[in-house]
Every structure is written in C-alpha cells, then in structure tokens.
Design a protein around this ligand. Structure first.
Ligand code: SF4
Length: 332
C-alpha cells in the first residue's frame, strides 16, 4: 500500500504556469512534519510512502535529509519510498540521499517532449534533460515511471505521437496522464482570461489521452492514473481546460468504442448487434451518460449486451448469423 504525503511546491524553484499544488493536493496548509505524523501515527502494517506534489530534485540536500529524518520514528512500518519530481537539477548528492533512504521508484514529470512548449509552461527543463535523468537514474538502480499531459497550449497530434514514441523507447514501468486543467490564480488562468490561450475541444483532449493510454497498454506499460484527483477544492478552482471527475473512465470507454467500431467494420451492414462481454466492461461499452450507445445509434446501429465469462477487455459481437471477437487492447 502506498501512503501519499504531499509536499506542495517543495523544491519548485520555478512555478509551472498551470500549477497550484495548494488546490491539487488539498493539503490544508499543515506543515510537512505534521502531515507525515498525521499519515503514519496510527499505522501498524508495512507500507510504502509516496512523496508527491513538489520537485524533490530541486530541494537543498540539507532539506532533503531533514525530510527523510521526519520518517525515522516510522521505520518499522515504512518499507520504502516512491516520489514524483521534475528531471532537474540532477545532483549527485540528492541521488545519494534518495538511495540511502530507500527510494525505489521515481516518477519523472515530462508534460511533452516539445521544448518550445516546455519553455512556455515555464518547466525550466528540456526533453534532453529528461532523457539524461532517465538514463542516469536507471543506471543508479531506481525503477522509473513517467507523467505526461495532454491539451497543452500549442500542442498538436505530432507532439502526442512524439510522446508515444518516447514512451515506447524508454519503457517506463508505468505512466500517469494528466489533461490540462486551468486553475484560478495561475499564470495559465491569466493567459486564458486575456485571450492568449484557447483550449482545444474536450473531445480532442480525450482522443489524445486515449491514444497514449492505448499505446501504453499495447506495449505492456501500466497506466496507473488518468486525470486529476477529484476533490472539492479542485472543482471550485477549475476555470477551464479538461477537468472531469471521471476522466479516466471516459478515456477507457473511448478506447472500448474504438475497438468495437473496428470490429463492426468487419460485419456487413450491422443494424442490431449484441455485444457479449465481461459484466465489469458493460459501463465501458455503454459510455458515460450512454455516449457510446448514442454514438453507434447515430450510425444506425442499436447495441444490446449480454454478460458472459469472457476475460476483461475481450468481447464478442453477434449480428445476424455472424460472430466476431474483439479486444479493447491488442497487445504487441
Ligand atoms: S514542478 Fe510540479 S509541483 Fe512544481 S510547479 Fe511544476 S507541476 Fe507544480
């Protein structure tokens, strides 16, 4: 089990234009030690701690040592750490501290591999910095994951394809995908308010996230999270972009819709179709607010479904005398 401890903006020497960790982590302003004590005081079973919401590599070594010292009273239950960070600055002393303190997994944030967009986001690093950090940290024995974004200012499908290409080449253990959200009191919000940024359509952002998600699973790379954590503060502060409390489910049902669409393409003029599938996949077939049913209805196809003992992600389409099997994800 991973116990998250949020470190809002710790080590963030520059502020990414879209970020306001105070909203995203809903951390309530308590100091870090109090938050650690609150999360671990009553814990009896072994756990891993996830340090999220800042840039660990940007912390001064003394501050990093101090942070880990707060966990000393809990060494019987805390069996290791994972953390998220920007890929810079890559310092030997910081890497050494992480190794000595039992950090095993590092999630590197790389919203896009397009350097011009990274600069506009005020990330203060390039794609090359990510490649350098990935190689070095892998060589140091860390396990690695990547965090991507979709719907960024100036982003095109070419950028998403580049993200996918690099993901496949680097082969992180897992990824997270965050659709861009415009939060109040951020530089991005001001840019949006003054007409300097118009987000793409929601459906387009969904398509982009679905493309990365599908390719990750096809390549055997886990996707552990899609979308921002839903909390009241986030909802209150959202001024635009692609926030949806069920963004991950929307992405999955889009992938299911596409997979079903390609199977239906193999059938001669389907009008009434029964999809036989695992019962837990029925919501993916139906879609949020029945969107997939409406989509196929607009093509003149009425969908029915029948739960079966099929494995998850696998389905069979029955139409007239024809039966064709399909998969949500085709593993390579
Ligand atoms: S590095 Fe992460 S926490 Fe820091 S400003 Fe950027 S997105 Fe926010």
């Amino acid at each position: 089990m991973v116990i998250p401890v949020f470190l809002p903006h710790s080590g963030c020497n520059e502020r990414c234009v879209y970020c306001h960790q105070g909203y995203i982590t809903d951390s309530g302003g308590a100091d870090i030690k109090a938050r650690i004590d609150g999360a671990l005081r009553d814990r009896r079973e072994a756990c891993e701690v996830g340090l999220f919401g800042g840039n660990i590599f940007g912390m001064e070594p003394a501050d990093l040592e101090r942070l880990f010292s707060f966990f000393a009273p809990y060494k019987d239950v805390v069996k290791g750490f994972r953390l998220s960070t920007k890929p810079v600055p890559l310092r030997d002393d910081a890497i050494d501290i992480l190794k000595r303190n039992g950090v095993r997994m590092i999630e590197l944030g790389i919203p896009t591999f397009n350097d011009a967009i990274l600069a506009a986001l005020n990330r203060a690093h390039t794609a090359k910095d990510l490649f350098r950090a990935f190689d070095r940290l892998l060589g140091e024995g860390f396990r690695l994951a990547l965090q991507f974004m979709v719907g960024l200012p100036g982003e095109t499908m070419v950028d998403i394809e580049e993200t996918v290409e690099n993901m496949v080449r680097l082969r992180p253990e897992y990824i997270r995908i965050y659709p861009l959200v415009i939060l109040r009191n951020t530089p991005l919000y001001r840019l949006h308010e003054t007409g300097g940024f118009t987000p793409i359509a929601f459906d387009e952002a969904l398509e982009r996230a679905a493309l990365i998600y599908r390719r990750a699973l096809e390549e055997g790379i886990d996707v552990v999270n899609v979308g921002l954590t839903d909390n009241e503060l986030v909802r209150e502060m959202v001024a635009g972009g692609f926030y949806h409390p069920a963004f991950g489910s929307l992405v999955q049902s889009r992938i299911f819709r596409d997979a079903l669409g390609s199977v239906l393409g193999e059938i001669e003029g389907p009008k009434e179709v029964t999809v036989v599938l695992h019962r837990n996949d029925i919501p993916l077939l139906v879609g949020y607010r029945r969107e997939n049913l409406k989509h196929f209805a607009s093509l003149g196809i009425a969908l029915r479904w029948e739960p079966s003992g099929a494995e998850r992600g696998r389905f069979e389409v029955v139409s007239g005398g024809e039966r064709v099997t399909g998969r949500m994800i085709q593993r390579r």
